[in-house]
Design a protein around this ligand. Structure first.
Ligand SMILES: Cc1cc2nc3c(=O)[nH]c(=O)nc-3n(C[C@H](O)[C@H](O)[C@H](O)COP(=O)(O)O)c2cc1C
Length: 147
């Protein structure tokens, strides 16, 4: 199975989250390859079975600048048959804007026709042990989905 995780980070929290998700896949003997948005195009994942997007949220709930091209390209992408999940670290300090980029990506990926079997994961700042159950559930659902 080809599993890819694509992340954006400024201060490292979403890199940690991407690694925590990859670690969870590893517990199921599944290798997930981690990429940064800057180094990838949507087309790089045409043959992936599972794609996970991990991103921070910036000013007033915006998606990461470095992922804008990727986000726009998803608009014309057919990922039907692919299993996708979205996760991200934000800061509850921002109130209603907490992790809004995760919701934006969820909506955008949904338009591709991808199968999204797991609820999006929203993490407060740096991932820690208290987040383990939600990450486990997320990965379990991605792996259990028909494909
Ligand atoms: C200028 C600025 C604006 C931010 N705006 C939001 C926001 O609207 N919503 C949110 O949930 N977090 C917001 N954050 C918090 C970051 O998303 C949060 O710190 C996240 O963990 C950063 O991820 P990173 O360490 O991977 O860069 C903002 C942070 C900064 C510095």
């Amino acid at each position: 199975m080809k599993i890819d995780i694509i992340y954006a980070t400024i201060t490292g929290n979403n890199e940690l989250l991407a690694k925590a998700i990859a670690q969870e896949f590893k517990k199921h003997d599944q290798k997930a390859v981690i990429h940064e948005f800057e180094d990838t195009d949507v087309d790089d994942f045409n043959d992936s079975d599972i794609v996970v997007i991990v991103c921070y949220t910036y000013d007033n709930g915006s998606i990461p600048d470095e992922s804008l091209d990727f986000y726009d390209d998803l608009e014309d992408t057919d990922w039907s048959g692919k299993i996708c999940g979205v996760a991200g670290s934000g800061d509850e300090f921002y109130g209603r804007d907490f992790c809004v980029a995760v919701d934006s990506y969820s909506e955008q990926v949904k338009k591709t026709g991808a199968n999204m079997p797991a609820d999006a994961v929203k993490i407060q700042l740096a991932v820690d042990d208290s987040d383990a159950p939600v990450i486990k559930d997320f990965v379990d659902k991605l792996l259990a989905a028909d494909h």
